[in-house]
Design a protein around this ligand. Sequence first.
Ligand code: FES
Length: 110
Amino acid sequence: MSDSQFFFICNVADLVEGKGKRFIINDCDVAVFRLNEEISVLSNICPHQKAAIIYDGIIEENKIICPAHSWEFNIKTGCYQDGRHGLDSFEVKVQDGKVFAKIFRKEINW
Ligand code: FES
């Protein structure tokens, strides 16, 4: 499967402002957020204990806080607050009220 393909996730209307929602797309567990009318798609797996709970995190300004032990990530980029890579983030496009994202596994196999 091409890694450059956009996958349909949901309608914009299915997302609640300031709340996350979980989807399994192209075998990836993702958390989708709608904040200030912008949509971001991040990996739903917290790197701390590999728990699939990011979608249920607390949104504070521009960050998502893991509900388990409060690790913090930028809600757009998925990075830790110091800029290091945290959660994978996926390119999003919105068309005709539908949300699409370029979702593919990002682990590197050496
Ligand atoms: S599982 Fe997310 S901070 Fe511990």
